[in-house]
Design a protein around this ligand. Structure first.
Ligand SMILES: [Zn+2]
Length: 215
């Protein structure tokens, strides 16, 4: 994103912003730490601070004149433990996150749907389209219904983006993708990591049995 600035630049108060911290991953209200600058009668440029007391990460931000967040630096860095998740799925999901950070929302939505398609493929879920494959995946796993309901919604998000004639194409928002990315992380964790955590816990119990299990 390039913004050209000609003097004199006026001061403005863009107010706090809601976003997810690229450092700690928490969602919060980021307050300004200095006065914002109003550029080209169009952009508000400033600095914000993560509200998390243990983080206090610093962001450079660009807002539109209504105070909507257009850009921030550093980009969002999703803190996802990649253990047990297939590398090809991580790669596709990383692309979705990178596209989102660069405000390429349609591309991000398409990559999120592709992540879901790769999950179905890796788990051997079959069907004529993504929706049927998701239903088939549900029969092969023991994950909560809510996760699959949300997965259904996500597959529609990408589907709209694929059809250029659809009006919903232009309506994919940063906030919608925030939720989509958060949900995809939960789904990846549930599918690839819960069982390994359970195995670890069982191993520990064998190693350090409870007192009543010794008698
Ligand atoms: Zn933070």
């Amino acid at each position: 994103m390039k913004i050209t600035a000609k003097e004199p630049l006026s001061y403005i108060d863009g107010g706090p912003i809601q976003t997810i911290c690229p450092y700690c991953g928490h969602k919060g209200t980021f307050e300004a730490i200095s006065r914002d600058r109003f550029i080209q009668n169009q952009y508000i440029c400033g600095q914000r601070l993560c509200p998390d007391q243990d983080c206090r990460g610093h962001l450079f931000v660009v807002l539109d004149r209504s105070g909507n967040l257009l850009f921030h630096y550093p980009f969002r860095n999703v803190s996802l433990n990649k253990e047990n998740i297939p590398a090809s799925i991580i790669k596709t999901f990383d692309e979705a996150v990178t596209c989102h950070a660069q405000n390429c929302f349609v591309a991000s939505a398409i990559m999120i749907r592709r992540t879901l398609e790769e999950i179905c493929e890796e788990r051997g879920a079959v069907g004529k389209d993504i929706k049927t494959r998701i239903h088939d995946l549900q029969t092969k796993t023991l994950l909560p219904q809510e996760l699959f309901d949300a997965m259904d919604e996500l597959s529609l998000l990408g589907n709209d983006a694929d059809h250029i004639e659809a009006n919903t194409f232009a309506q994919i928002s940063s906030q919608e993708l925030d939720v989509a990315i958060e949900f995809t992380i939960e789904f990846l964790k549930a599918l690839y990591q819960y069982s390994s955590l359970l195995s670890k816990m069982r191993e520990l119990r064998k190693k350090y049995p409870k007192q009543d299990e010794l008698t």
